[in-house]
Write a protein that binds this ligand. Structure first.
Ligand SMILES: [Zn+2]
Length: 388
């Protein structure tokens, strides 16, 4: 949309130019004098403006680093005309992010930060994701970008799989014939190790050390680093495992993934200190989230299903046991027997389908192991997505 030329636009554009030039000068000066190539995040923190919205100011710094990146890529590709960004700008494009916008009665209000006059545009459309204002040579032009709804690929297959999230097993799935188990032991050992490490370091930090001493500060830094490492490892395991499960289900033609809803388990239960800690650290939220978006990416539908009693009910006759002991589930009423860990997922699936069928011969559960150094799972996911 063409928006003409006003003193306000000139001033904003100039302010962006100032910020861009400051970034450029500071960046190259630091390279020249110190031999340090600063990062985007450093300069974003350093260079701000009182006349712009904080995210508009960020965008000016981002623009410099974007052109730096494109120069590097072109140089790598052997382009002899590639030049790094060197020129200062008197005027520069103004970029507004979603956080700076409000739309009301056909007017788009673009904030320039607290205390500054906002920019108001007539806007007959919906709220955009970003608005960039640049100079065309005769007047200013506003370019809006919108986010497309994510296009789901067509599901292939009719199957429904129930997924039971657990503490010992990260997730167990059942698709009517087969049961897959994601083992959570490695994850659990990491969490236990984290707890121990945290307790140990905390007692050392709070105990003997003098407040404000160098040793104490060093130890706090070290603690943060060590905990961050473990957090990364935990995240890595979760990603690899969930990808593995979803690709396996996808290969078998599962169309709908039904996840047992355990969201209220934290609020209701008080089961003693140790178990409470276990339950609160049980990362079912992030596992559920990862399973959900990974399944949706492959075109599968995801549903949540209330999971009360699902691990204690016999899938065959519906009898609810008071307690399940041992590795094997054996129904005292009808004698149906199955590996205990699979029962929850079978029941979640049946609850969702609203049926209680006579369970025929079922394959014993298959374990999906964690492969720490394989990229296989991710490749499978990509290939599966390409297949469609
Ligand atoms: Zn039974």
């Amino acid at each position: 949309m063409h928006i003409g030329k006003t003193a306000q636009l000139d001033e904003l554009s100039h302010e962006c130019g100032v910020l861009y030039s400051q970034t450029l000068v500071f960046f190259w000066r630091t390279v020249r004098h110190k031999g340090i190539w600063l990062k985007e995040k450093h300069l974003k923190r350093l260079l701000t403006s009182h006349k712009l919205h904080a995210h508009t100011a960020d965008a000016c710094v981002e623009a410099f680093f974007a052109s730096l990146k494109s120069w590097r890529e072109r140089k790598k590709a052997g382009d002899p005309n590639a030049h790094p960004p060197r020129r200062r700008k008197w005027y520069f494009r103004i970029e507004y992010k979603r956080s700076a916008m409000t739309l009301k009665d056909g007017k788009l209000r673009l904030s320039n930060g607290k205390g500054n006059t906002p920019l108001i545009l007539d806007w007959p459309w919906e709220l955009p994701q970003t608005v960039v204002i640049h100079w065309t040579g005769t007047q200013y032009e506003a370019i809006a970008t919108y986010k497309l709804e994510q296009q789901h690929t067509e599901p292939w297959g009719e199957k429904v799989a129930g997924v039971d999230l657990g503490e010992i097993h990260m997730a167990v799935s059942h698709d009517g014939e087969q049961t897959h188990i994601l083992n959570g032991r490695l994850l659990r050992s990491k969490v236990q190790f984290r707890n121990k490490l945290q307790a140990e370091l905390n007692s050392r930090i709070d105990g003997r050390m003098k407040k404000g001493s160098k040793r104490r500060k060093r130890l706090i830094r070290s603690k943060k680093r060590q905990l961050k490492n473990i957090a990364h490892q935990i995240k890595d395991i979760e990603h690899k495992q969930t990808t593995r499960l979803i690709t396996t289900l996808h290969e078998q033609g599962v169309q709908t993934v039904v996840i047992g809803d355990v969201r209220d388990i934290r609020q209701e239960n008080d089961v003693g200190h140790t178990t409470n800690q276990k339950i609160h650290q049980w990362s079912h939220g992030s596992v559920r989230f990862k399973l959900t978006y990974k399944a949706e990416r492959l075109g599968m539908a995801v549903a949540l299903q209330d999971e009360h009693y699902t691990s204690r009910t016999c899938p065959c006759c519906g009898y609810v046991r008071s307690k399940v002991k041992g590795r094997v589930f054996r129904c005292p009423k009808c004698g149906w027997t199955y590996h205990r860990d699979g029962v929850g997922s079978i029941n979640i699936r049946q609850k969702y389908l609203g049926q209680l069928p006579v369970v025929g011969a079922m394959a014993p559960p298959t374990g999906l192991r964690f492969g720490p150094h394989t990229r296989v799972a991710r490749r499978q996911l990509r290939e599966a997505a390409l297949l469609q």
